[in-house]
Design a protein around this ligand. Structure first.
Ligand code: HEC
Length: 108
């Protein structure tokens, strides 16, 4: 999840920069990281699939592929909501995903 958080930072600023290829790349890595997380923590499989992999992952990716700015913004907000909904569901409601304030990454 630490990796998801780091990639989410680059993902957020890639959207801001309208570098949708980079956003797509990070989005895919976020998906793979969550998939790998299931291997280590099988109890989280159900929520990973229903809340993220089979739903939000796909609609966000579709918006990025379309390069539709308005839709991407809407999906981004929805993504944040899904991250936080899963934190509530997995009993870590005190971990709140917010819009990143500073750029962490040395790439853009
Ligand atoms: C399957 C449910 C689930 C989804 C979906 C999910 N998370 Fe998490 N997240 C967790 C759980 C459980 C923890 C606490 C335990 C851990 O770190 O593995 C956590 C912890 C975190 C942490 C803290 C890591 C640390 O230890 O400092 C970050 C950052 C994070 N999530 C970001 C995100 C972001 C961003 C998204 C959305 C793109 C997201 N998470 C989606 C379940 C989820």
């Amino acid at each position: 999840m630490v990796e998801v958080g780091q990639r989410f930072n680059t993902f957020y600023f890639a959207i801001k920069d309208k570098n949708y290829e980079l956003a797509n790349y990070q989005w895919d890595k976020i998906k793979k990281t969550i998939e790998n997380g299931i291997v280590r923590r099988p109890a989280r499989k159900a929520n990973s699939q229903t809340m993220f992999l089979e739903t939000q992952y796909k609609s966000m990716r579709e918006a990025l592929n379309k390069k539709d700015e308005k839709l991407i913004k809407k999906e981004y907000e929805q993504t944040k909501g899904v991250c936080n909904a899963c934190h509530v569901a997995e009993r870590v409601p005190f971990i709140e995903v917010i819009d990143p304030i500073i750029r962490w990454s040395s790439v853009r």
